[in-house]
Design a protein around this ligand. Structure first.
Ligand SMILES: CCc1ccc([C@H](C)CC(=O)N[C@@H]2O[C@H](CO)[C@@H](O)[C@H](O)[C@H]2O)cc1
Length: 798
């Protein structure tokens, strides 16, 4: 008997029931953790009903399923999201408050599931929520890392990394599925037995499944996120134990768990580590086996696979899934190689998320052969088949002693997509130029999006209420309805309510930053926010250079009617990325000097918040006035933070890069602070001899700011601490920080002037909200369903 038609009172009772019987806690002695878990289980119960109904309906309809393979799912917290999607917000709040607890602190007691680095991982999480909201049958497949992205702290301004341990406590949202385990082989050799190639792996590891339901808006559908965990085939060696070799007795288990122990913290540099390739094969192989097992549970003819299965490879990290499916179809199911390849190419699709050469994965063929000898053979046959079909041009996955995962993914895929119009165009003219020439119909564009449930409705309840009061609640499930706000923007009362929303959000943020970071912020100031991974191409160092020049000019002329500004930074650097770590330290050193400067700190403050993650983004974005999207043109594939800021009424200062281009097109050039070179101008500038020194020579303001860094103004105890950054800025400066500085300064002063006109600013901000509905991940997923997966919704439009 389904639980959800139980009398209303039961939600409160359900919480108490779980506190007592699931957690075994007496309400009088329960900790906030206990209440949070009890609340989670009460919500989960109601989700499970929808989940099972959706799974049953998918089998009944024999529907096509989408399989989203990703090494990363940057989920964040799930309790609030699930409560909102199950429409339980009011009941949950009143129940929790009736127990004398603070509702927000119960929600915030949940640790972030930080199973991702940045954009790619968060996109996967938004996509899973939109797939469920649209009622598209889908599974997400990934790795259940014991340790997600490291915890960041600062000591003396430097980044320190500590293991993240979200699984130190039980995780309410997962169900262990021991029955869905597979034994996977690694290494070994390939032998020929009666004319057939047979792989004899050396090591074996078991993949155990943990399922998390992903419920959509209004709980109309729920899909599954299946995360694999490494387990030993023989976890305990009693013999060795009895021989007193205790550590060795548990060795297998430790080795197997290493595979799913920790997320690699790199987000743009492939390290070529054996464990990384082992992780990629582990989850891809377990997922492909699971997909085949499910298909064969109610289909006999493998040629039907492309009609029932669409696989999306989230970047090249799951690329081995293609050859693995060919291997199973050919080696285990006995299909001719050509047919196995044809079927696979009918199922597999590939999304590219970066053009940075150092981020494109390629593996040494020796390492590849030692781990996956049979796959290397199959990749050669795949290359041969491709060469035979396209004699004109030799483009292969294997070459120059390496296995290139970008080329392999492209050759295996039915459709290849970029994540923003500019990026997709650049894929065709740069990294995939030859392959695009051979397969001109294969590359399509699917501009990224973000889920409006988490990134507006949940994280910005004040704005959400104002919008719903104005145009009804339909926008949450159909975000382009936001355009219906436009006629209200010229109504001064409405606009003042809109302005009030931002002001109250900023006040909340000030309270939190004061409480948790002991810093008093000026709430009247422009809250200028740059939150994202630290990377040279994202140019956090351009932002801090402008802050230094701004500080110097205020000191020259404090009475010049400056618009107060608070610069807020957040973001982690990959542990081995020392230049990025230097940028972090510089920002912290500048904030110490600038914030202590009584002459200027009413007008300019710099704050670097440690341990930026999904939950912190949900705190910062609703309170932001200005969104920093300042990457060198041609380098940021899309960006998704830019969309979240626009949807929450922040104005963008940015370059014509990634999805900034489409945001500016939709919100209007008047409501966007554009600066900097275009992709072509940047390309041309890079070829100008000594372009950086020329730019510095041409801009005394820039020169003075660089001098301040060089002379140790921000590191008096170690004047040449930033010699590396200065050398780069005055030398190679590949990301054109010096050459884009003057125009960036010009745009920032334009921001100052615009902000001084509160009405005008509010109007521009409200137009950003009204015109950014297209950046919903629901629209993006509808694009994938139509252009790539040919998948249908089983619940239809509401
Ligand atoms: C092998 C190491 C590694 C790990 C992750 C990655 C990701 C592709 C990096 C990433 O997160 N890319 C970001 O993807 C977002 C979602 O499409 C885009 O919005 C960002 O522009 C892009 O940088 C590259 C290389």
């Amino acid at each position: 008997m389904a639980k959800d038609n139980m009398p209303k009172t039961d939600f409160r009772d359900a919480i108490l029931w779980h506190l007592t019987y699931t957690l075994g806690k007496d309400p009088d002695h329960a900790q906030i953790f206990d209440w949070r878990m009890a609340l989670s289980y009460a919500v989960r119960d109601r989700i499970v009903d929808r989940w099972m109904a959706a799974t049953r309906e998918t089998y009944r309809a024999d529907a096509k399923r989408v399989y989203y393979l990703s090494m990363e799912f940057l989920i964040g917290r799930l309790l609030e999201d699930n409560i909102v999607n199950m429409r339980l917000a009011d009941e949950a709040r009143s129940a929790i408050e009736s127990f004398g607890l603070n509702y927000r602190s119960v929600l915030l007691d949940e640790p972030d599931a930080a199973l991702g680095n940045g954009g790619l991982g968060r996109l996967a999480a938004c996509f899973m929520e939109s797939l469920a909201t649209l009622g598209c049958p889908a599974y997400g497949y990934g790795i259940r890392y014991e340790h997600g992205l490291f915890r960041q702290s600062f000591a003396d301004g430097r980044q320190h990394e500590a293991p993240e341990d979200w699984l130190q406590q039980p995780y309410a949202w997962e169900f262990e599925r021991p029955e869905a385990a597979f034994t996977l082989g690694f290494g070994g050799r390939v032998v020929s037995r009666d004319g057939k190639a047979v792989w004899e792996p050396e090591n074996f590891v078991k993949s155990e499944a943990f399922d998390t339901p992903v419920v959509g808006w209004k709980g109309r559908w729920a899909n599954t996120l299946r995360l694999w965990s490494g387990r030993a085939v023989n976890p305990f060696d009693l013999e060795r134990f009895n021989a007193g070799d205790f550590a060795a007795a548990a060795e297998n288990e430790a080795l197997a768990r290493t595979i799913s122990r920790v997320l690699y913290p790199e987000d743009s540099t492939e390290k070529g580590k054996r464990l990384r390739l082992t992780q990629e094969y582990f989850f891809s192989a377990a997922s492909i086996r699971d997909i085949l097992r499910r298909f064969l549970s109610d289909h006999a003819d493998l040629r039907l696979l492309p009609q029932k299965v669409a696989i999306q490879m989230n970047d090249t990290h799951p690329a081995i899934a293609g050859p693995e499916l060919v291997r199973l179809l050919h080696d285990e199911h006995g299909l001719p190689f050509e047919e196995a390849l044809h079927i696979t190419q009918g199922c597999v699709n590939y999304t590219n998320h970066t053009l940075l050469p150092e981020a494109l994965e390629s593996w040494g063929e020796d390492l590849f052969a030692s781990l996956l000898p049979r796959h290397l053979q199959l990749i050669d046959r795949i290359d041969d088949a491709h060469a035979k079909a396209n004699p004109s041009r030799k483009v292969a996955a294997r070459g120059e002693g390496r296995v290139k995962m970008g080329e392999l993914s492209f050759i295996m895929a039915n459709r290849v997509n970029g994540v923003a119009a500019l990026h997709t165009g650049l894929m065709k003219t740069t990294v995939f130029k030859e392959l695009h020439r051979l397969h001109p119909e294969r590359i399509v564009n699917e501009t990224n999006g973000v889920t409006p449930r988490r990134w507006v409705h949940s994280c910005n309840p004040r704005l959400s209420t104002l919008i719903t009061d104005t145009i009804g609640e339909g926008w949450v499930g159909d975000l382009e309805q936001l355009t219906k706000l436009e006629p209200h923007i010229d109504n001064p009362d409405w606009l003042s309510r809109f302005t009030e929303v931002k002001a109250l959000n900023k006040a909340d943020l000030c309270d939190w930053i004061t409480r948790d970071h002991g810093l008093m912020l000026n709430p009247q100031a422009i809250f200028d926010v740059q939150i994202k991974r630290i990377h040279e191409y994202k140019r956090q160092h351009l932002n801090i250079l402008e802050a230094i020049a701004h500080w110097q000019e205020i000191k020259d002329n404090p009475g010049a009617g400056w618009t107060p500004r608070v610069k807020i930074f957040g973001g982690k650097a990959a542990p081995g990325y020392f230049f990025a770590k230097d940028i972090i330290r510089l920002i912290n050193d500048v904030s110490v000097v600038v914030n202590a400067d009584a002459q200027t700190n009413e007008l300019l403050q710099v704050v670097y918040l440690p341990n930026y993650n999904v939950t912190m983004a949900e705190r910062l974005i609703p309170a932001a006035d200005l969104s920093e999207q300042v990457s060198t043109a041609g380098k940021e594939a899309s960006g998704t933070g830019n969309m979240k800021f626009a949807l929450n009424g922040a104005l963008t200062i940015g370059t014509l890069d990634g999805a900034n281009v489409e945001i500016r097109e939709r919100v209007g050039a008047d409501n966007f602070f554009l600066f900097g070179m275009t992709v072509d101008e940047a390309e041309a500038r890079r070829n100008v001899e000594a372009h950086a020194t020329k730019a510095i020579a041409a801009d005394p303001r820039l020169a003075r700011a660089v001098d301040a860094i060089r002379s140790g103004v921000f590191s008096p105890s170690e004047p040449d601490r930033y010699a590396g950054i200065v050398a780069n800025l005055t030398g190679a400066d590949y990301f054109l920080v010096a050459s884009d500085f003057s125009d960036y300064w010009r745009a920032q002063r334009e921001v100052d002037r615009a902000y001084a006109d509160a009405q005008g600013w509010a109007r521009m901000a409200a137009l950003n909200v009204a015109r950014s509905g297209w950046f919903s991940s629901d629209r993006t997923i509808r694009g994938y369903m139509a252009d790539i997966w040919n998948a249908k919704s089983l619940i239809g439009q509401e």
